[in-house]
Design a protein around this ligand. Structure first.
Ligand code: ADP
Ligand code: MG
Length: 337
């Protein structure tokens, strides 16, 4: 494999959430990301999937250096960026850009589209006034499929899907190599979601981009991802090539996520097997020992509550973190084949 563009090694992120008990002097930490490792090759799309609160956004923010790493490192193009600061960090931020979940909340309603999209150029000192970038911004807006007269209009004039196109144009304007798309379609109507995912797919091909594409369910990332990493309670439970995830999911949590994805054929949908998980997600402050999924896993045994399973290879391009991977019955996904 070519040298990874992004390499995350043993990364943890903890948040200080105050003192333990009313009289306590000891501080408490929430373990949002716990010793995760993965890499992304140049031009690749890695889907990062897990339910709300599993640590996906925090992972992205740690790569962007918006939150510090408690353990581990992040390498970009072979360089350790974990502790960059000052001008080196500013330079790095040109290469890594983010597309956010909520285009309504992240685009300033008082700024015209030109100002919004040109802002990164101003911030990075590439232009002195937004007017200088008018033609360039117009081109970016064309690329993302915005109407020709968008430049001087304000966010309220646009639909959610169009606002996300503006958000994407803004992420592209510094010509980054790597984009962290944090649930870029979760806030959009289902009918619009595919259009935005397709746009991102086209841009990836045309501009040779690499993505970390975050989503909370497996249906969104299926077509765009080369590989998929499944996150649960701050840890990675499965990382595999796309087809393995959908055709032979190994971890019980991945199976549960997948059995929640609707199948369009109603007959197959009616007789498919479902893995239903009950119980609670463990607390992330002082999480219990053992597998974090054990409290909800239909296959959990004593060992699972005692010993934390490590992510390990189960096939050439497939890793899973489960003590009983070989014993978990395969999910009979009636795919219609
Ligand atoms: N700034 C913060 N301070 C304290 N806790 C946080 C902070 N940001 C995130 N968390 C907690 O970290 C965990 C992971 O959050 P997040 O990364 O946003 O998950 P996801 O994006 O998968 O929904 C959650 O329990 C969340 O409440
Ligand atoms: Mg999130």
């Amino acid at each position: 494999m070519a040298e990874p563009l992004v390499e995350v090694r043993d990364l943890s992120v903890k948040f200080d959430v105050g003192r333990k008990g009313f009289w306590g002097s000891e501080r408490q930490y929430l373990s949002a990301v716990d010793h995760i490792s993965f890499s992304i090759a140049p031009g690749e799309v890695l889907g990062l999937v897990g339910e709300s609160g599993s640590g996906k956004t925090t992972t992205g923010r740690a790569i962007l250096r918006r939150v510090p790493a408690a353990t581990g490192s992040v390498h970009f193009r072979g360089e350790d960026i974990t502790n960059l600061d000052g001008s080196a960090l500013r330079l790095l931020r040109r290469h890594i850009q983010a597309v956010h979940q909520d285009p309504y909340g992240t685009l300033n309603p008082r700024h015209a589209v030109l100002d919004i999209v040109a802002e990164p150029l101003l911030v990075h000192g590439m232009i002195d006034k937004v007017e200088e970038a008018r033609e360039e911004i117009q081109e970016f807006l064309d690329v993302v499929g915005m109407p020709a007269d968008s430049l001087d209009r304000y966010p309220h004039a646009f639909s959610g899907g169009q606002l996300q196109r503006i958000g994407i144009a803004r992420a592209l304007v510094l010509k980054p190599e790597f984009i962290i798309a944090d649930e870029p379609v979760s806030a959009l109507d289902v009918s619009i979601q595919a259009q935005i995912v397709n746009l991102m797919q086209d841009l990836r091909n045309e501009l040779n981009l690499t993505y970390l594409f975050i989503a909370h369910d497996l249906s969104v990332v299926r077509h765009i991802s080369d590989r998929i990493a499944i996150m649960y309670a701050g840890q990675l439970v499965e990382v595999a090539d796309r087809d393995s995830v959908y055709e032979s999911p190994a971890h019980p949590y991945t199976q549960a996520l997948l059995s929640a994805v609707p199948i369009p054929d109603p007959e197959i949908e009616a007789r498919r097997k479902r893995v239903v998980v009950e119980g609670d997600v463990p607390g992330l402050i002082d999480p219990p020992p053992g597998c974090r999924f054990a409290s909800r896993c239909p296959f959990a045994q004593d060992r699972c509550r005692e010993e934390s399973p490590q992510l390990r290879p189960i096939a050439a391009t497939h890793e899973a973190a489960c003590h009983f991977v070989g014993d978990i019955p395969p999910l009979q996904l009636a795919t219609g084949k």
